[in-house]
Design a protein around this ligand. Structure first.
Ligand code: SF4
Length: 475
């Protein structure tokens, strides 16, 4: 390992030589504008060569967790920058121009040692940029990042990532944008993934919590998690043009709730309080439904007359079983849905994570914190006895988790784009040799049609794709 510094003394030289790592990253400290003093290069490019640094987002995330503002950039020589022909096409990260001599030193070092950190910032200038307090944090981030280096096996769970309901919901928003224009209002997050939400916001979508934030007469999309009849009524009153992206498997639960209530049952919904799907389902027959989250909640129920149950679609089967058993014990004539409410995508992803967890030292689940099915995947992996963490993307990956983890299980919740999984594999490859093995436990062929209001527009102008391509991961 070597450190190439454009300045004289290097703060981290002695520290970095402690590690024999197989990662290359460049970082540079810019004159302070206050916001992003540390730039981490995901790619270094000259007119003759281009070197990717795939572990850069991981290092940037570690810097941020330690209170050091960091941004992932592309580094180019002045010649490349002036030509405007950077080969980072498709990579919209900002381009930063570096001195060709420094870039050449980086290249030379990267070819002869296992890893390189390239510091533009001489030690004595740290204080001039107001960073002395952060230097120790940068040092710790580098230590942590370096300690995570090494060869690994990655076990990919299959299926993972998008389900048919999420694919459909995103497509609905895209078609509605094309048909109604921007701004297009969406009530709640269309699916529970922050990357998708931010991307759609950039394309002209305005996410709102409630319909009174939507101008009268505007178009509004209901999210995949479904809404109560009261929300539909509010949309009517405001004369909104509604496009409903409720997943058909959530709609199935709504229909069951109404049917069970019509026959006189009290309907016990097993689900998580406050989740949008749960609220939408409870709202179908609010005076006939009650929510339970646990077996303890079942003990507290006081119901006269017939009882039936339903479940949120994204729960864990092993978690729900105990609650259903408790309900049966309390209400021996309990009736349930004709087929399980936990959807095929949730079940398949849980089976798949079980198939990799036992052979993994660590399981990473890509998904957002408000994604119920992603949270359940973490819990399922932990119940298999394996350390597991939820990450929104690679920058959430704490290098400390990777120390000693030679086999990393990897999956993604039903609302997480496949591209984010690819980025995790790439980052691990930036830390050393990686062999990818996929364990596929189910084929998914489910597809849902679009709502009537959008089918006509689709027939006239079919979409190329939903803008979230499937991943390509080399074994
Ligand atoms: S996780 Fe299941 S219920 Fe939720 S959108 Fe996907 S298919 Fe529909």
């Amino acid at each position: 390992m070597a450190v190439v510094s454009a300045g004289s003394a290097c703060v981290f030289a002695e520290l970095l030589t402690e590690f024999d790592i197989h990662a290359a990253a460049v970082f540079q400290v810019q004159p302070a504008d206050g916001a992003t003093p540390v730039l981490v290069a995901a790619q270094v490019e000259t007119s003759e060569w281009r070197m990717p640094c795939p572990a850069a987002p991981l290092l940037a995330g570690e810097l941020r967790r330690r209170g050091v503002p960091a941004q992932v950039v592309r580094v180019a020589t002045p010649e490349v920058a002036a030509s405007g022909e950077s080969r980072g096409s498709g990579d919209d990260r900002p381009e930063v121009v570096a001195d060709p001599k420094d870039v050449a030193l980086f290249r030379a070092a990267a070819e002869t040692v296992s890893a390189v950190a390239f510091l533009h910032m001489p030690k004595q200038e740290w204080s001039a940029f107001g960073l002395p307090g952060k230097a120790a944090n940068v040092r710790q981030a580098l230590r942590s990042w370096g300690a995570a280096a090494g060869a690994r096996r990655v076990l990919l769970a299959g299926p993972r990532s998008f389900c048919a309901g999420v694919e459909r919901a995103i497509k609905i928003v895209e078609r509605a944008l094309a048909s109604y224009g921007s701004p297009l209002y969406v009530r709640k997050q269309i699916v529970h993934n922050i990357h998708i939400v931010r991307d759609l916001e950039r394309r002209g979508v305005v996410f709102v919590d409630e319909l009174d934030e939507v101008p009268r007469g505007a178009a509004v999309v209901f999210s995949a998690h479904g809404v109560s009849p009261a929300v539909r009524q509010a949309a009517l009153v405001r004369e909104l043009r509604v496009v409903d992206a409720t997943c058909p498997l959530v709609t199935k639960v709504h229909i069951e709730a109404k049917r069970f209530a019509r026959r006189g049952d009290t309907v016990v919904l097993i689900g998580h309080a406050g989740h949008e799907e749960t609220e939408g389902t409870l709202g179908q027959v609010p005076d006939r439904m009650v929510l339970v989250e646990s077996e303890e909640d079942v003990d507290r129920l006081s119901i006269d007359g017939p009882v039936s149950y339903l479940t949120q679609t994204t729960l864990a089967e092993d978690e729900v079983k105990g609650v259903i058993d408790a309900l049966r014990h309390r209400f021996p004539l309990l009736r349930g849905p004709g087929s399980a409410d936990i959807c095929y995508a949730t079940s398949n992803r849980q089976d798949a994570v079980r198939a990799i967890a036992a052979d993994s030292d660590l399981v990473l689940v890509v998904g957002s914190v408000n994604s119920s099915n992603s949270q359940r995947l973490v819990e399922v992996a932990r119940r298999c006895g394996t350390e597991a963490h939820l990450i929104d993307d690679v920058s959430d990956l704490d290098p400390a988790w990777l120390v000693g983890a030679r086999t990393v299980g990897l999956t993604a919740g039903a609302s997480a784009p496949a591209k984010l999984v690819t980025e995790v594999v790439d980052a691990l490859r930036g830390l050393g040799d990686v062999v990818v093995e996929e364990r596929h436990t189910a084929e998914e062929t489910v597809e849902f049609g679009l709502p009537r209001e959008l089918r006509q527009a689709l027939a006239a102008d079919p979409p190329a794709s939903n803008g979230y391509p499937h991943e390509v991961i080399q074994p």
